[in-house]
Design a protein around this ligand. Structure first.
Ligand SMILES: *[C@@H]1O[C@H](CO)[C@@H](O)[C@H](O)[C@H]1NC(C)=O
Ligand SMILES: *[C@@H]1O[C@H](CO)[C@@H](O)[C@H](O)[C@H]1NC(C)=O
Length: 312
């Protein structure tokens, strides 16, 4: 990881890129797809707070609003809740908070369990549709398509969410936004991240992190995100969710995958390029484990209602 650190100092202009994407310049080579080891401390330094915030998004709105969601809230320390939206039903919850530790505004999207997400992903009525070019005018004419169910979910809360982020940035005078989520929440986070980036001052750094992220759109979408709003996402062993919807239907992952190799919560690799065959994309469909979707990912972090008080 020394090579990664020296590369970071050489590339100040690339600082808004995902942390691990930068290690491409070391021995990880997108052409060969060779992976490189990532230490637990490197995972923790960039992904621990996003994971903890994404975990809180599964708790009840009331316990998030009052920041009394038990251990998931306590793990984050003194955080100020700012706004929530959604209805814990058809419209999945999101919340916005100020994180004094990271001097950032955080947006976390709630996900759904492996059964629900797999039924959404396997539902033929949710295919690829054009990205909303009214909302993302700079993408017009580039053939960008996204998963229709993810876009519908995103559209339901996008405007109120952006207003809340803009207010949070102004009220707290911070220059960072961290967007995070697990499962469906990770897929929506990729759209939210780009939307926020397009609508806040260019000096604001926007990072996007996902856990158990499914494929969210076509190659044009993956390329556009890689260039304009890079994503870092963790895939856990044989979780089937990041392997769907399949590539033969035209779906493609962005770059930025960190793959969890075994259940020790210690062994991680950086997977250069999009849909790296040495990571979750190369998994055998005969060997899936839906339990891997929930976790634990690292530091005993699992996602779902069971971590919240009364399992709510
Ligand atoms: C918690 O954060 C708020 C706002 O950022 C601040 O006013 C308050 O003093 C902090 N409390 C503690 C115990 O650090
Ligand atoms: C596209 O985005 C605009 C806002 O830019 C919104 O008013 C409209 O409802 C969106 N269209 C769809 C189909 O979601």
């Amino acid at each position: 990881m020394l090579a990664l650190i020296s590369l970071l100092t050489l590339l100040p202009s690339a600082l808004s890129a995902p942390i691990f994407g930068l290690s491409l310049g070391s021995d990880a080579d997108p052409a060969t797809g060779a992976t490189t080891v990532v230490s637990l401390s490197d995972v923790e330094s960039s992904l621990l707070r996003p994971a903890q915030f994404a975990r809180v998004a599964y708790c009840s709105t009331k316990s998030i609003t009052t920041w009394t969601c038990g251990d998931p809230c306590k793990a984050l320390g003194n955080v100020t809740f700012l706004q929530s939206g959604g209805d814990e039903g058809l419209i999945p919850l999101y919340y916005i908070a100020h994180d004094p530790t990271d001097e950032s505004i955080v947006v976390a999207h709630e996900g759904t369990d492996s059964k629900n997400i797999l039924s959404i992903l396997n539902d033929a009525k949710f295919g690829l549709v054009d990205l909303n070019a009214t909302r993302f005018p700079e993408t017009a004419g580039q053939g960008i398509q996204v998963h229709s169910g993810f876009q519908q979910t995103f559209e339901r809360t996008a405007d109120g969410l952006l207003a809340g982020v803009q207010k949070g940035l102004a009220d707290f005078g911070v220059k960072k936004v961290s967007v995070t989520g697990h499962s469906l929440g990770a897929a929506v986070a990729t759209m939210t991240g780009l939307f926020i980036k397009n609508n806040v001052d260019p000096s604001v750094e926007v990072t996007v992190t996902g856990f158990g992220l499914p494929r969210g759109g076509n190659k044009a979408w993956a390329d556009f995100l890689d260039q304009n709003s890079p994503v870092t996402f963790m895939s856990n062993q044989n979780d089937p969710v990041p392997a769907v919807p399949p590539r033969f239907l035209g779906f493609q992952h962005t770059s930025g995958e960190i793959h969890i190799v075994d259940d020790s919560q210690q062994n991680f690799v950086n997977c250069p390029g999009q849909d790296n065959e040495n990571c979750v994309t190369g998994n055998s469909l005969l060997k899936t484990d839906v339990g891997n979707h929930k976790g634990p990912y690292f530091d005993d972090i699992s996602f779902g209602h069971s971590a919240c008080p009364d399992g709510q």
